[in-house]
Design a protein around this ligand. Sequence first.
Ligand code: SAH
Length: 412
Amino acid sequence: MIATSMAVLQHTYAVPLARAAARSRSLSAFAVPTKAGVSVPSNARESQVLLGMSEPELQRLALDFGQEKYRGKQLHHLLYQRKVKDIQDFSNLPLAFRNDLQESGWRVGWSPIYQTVKAADGTIKLLIKLEDNRLIETVGIPVEDEKGSMRLTACVSSQVGCPLKCSFCATGKGGFSRNLQSHEIVEQVLAIEEVFKHRVTNVVFMGMGEPMLNMKSVLEAHRCLNKDIQIGQRMITISTVGVPNTIRRLASHKLQSTLAVSLHAPNQKLRESIVPSAKSYPLEALMKDCQDYFQKTSRRVSFEYALLAGVNDAEEHAVELADLLREWARGSHVNLIPFNPIDGSDYRRPYKKAVLAFANALESRKVTVSVRQTRGLDASAACGQLRNEFQKSPLVVESEEMESQPEFAVAC
Ligand code: SAH
């Protein structure tokens, strides 16, 4: 199916209209300029992807291919409303346009689902196989509200693996391969919609990876999810453990989405022992950035706190946390996540009594708290469990292996 780069190159010379098309889409770092100044993928695998493009970009693309502008609007509808996966199935577009797009190396950008695992509570974990055979995980979490309508949250990955290695997180233990491109983030949401046959109402960047280490793609995906797939900005949460200088950069975009910071400890010493990356981002500097974020965006940062029995779950930690928040982030919300067990970890989940005592100690100091209900535990799809079972296998699969992979459990 995929043309060789030489074939793409030849075609680009043969169809002048495709030149501008190739230029109009900002190609990844892999793109190489040709003699004619045309960008073509350096490798046929890095074909150009429609998913993630905005309506104006699609209109430009149509014009670049000698089509009328309204074809761009049709493309937009086909991609984001009808969710068509193959250019040849864009049946209301002229065959010649479809052929031109394909022959110039364009594709829609959906990847196959490699494995689907359903937990007893209805949470579903998908393993998506990317073009380079790398696997990412995405989790769909359905919640029925009092009126019987369903909220469907997609917990999306931003990287293949994670380089930050928080001591209690399964993803970090599996290593890091690469950043995801924006369409690889967007397609996770579309895949969840397809599997659940339901619109995704909320998106949390809490799957594999550290979103702030891949901010460009995360912001592009955020734009597409909001503007093209029509998920309200307030329904999107970006979670970070804290990467120096990135919170300020994010603030400059003035998103109406929630920034969640994974704190996990009320002081630098304890935080460093749990989250190694905290060594290069002192707690005071992180809290100052959160304070500035609120001043710039009028959006309060919320804080996540994984409760690890005997490590950070004592009442004195709650008191210290309340003091820290009073100083830097008054009125912020804390989301407590009782530890989700992962293989090879000595951490333990605290008893319910300890979780409630911790929550009460915060609430009595006027900090609003929620305790995250664990979803998908039996499918290893809960927060931090992504790759729990799968980590024994590589991040990359060869296609022949597909049939022989053992069943594994999913858990956000
Ligand atoms: N890198 C981002 C997103 C990671 S996952 C971040 O750190 O915020 C989302 C949340 O799950 C983070 O707060 C993370 O610390 C937490 N988490 C990871 N492993 C966990 C585990 N085993 N049990 C409970 N929470 C966990």
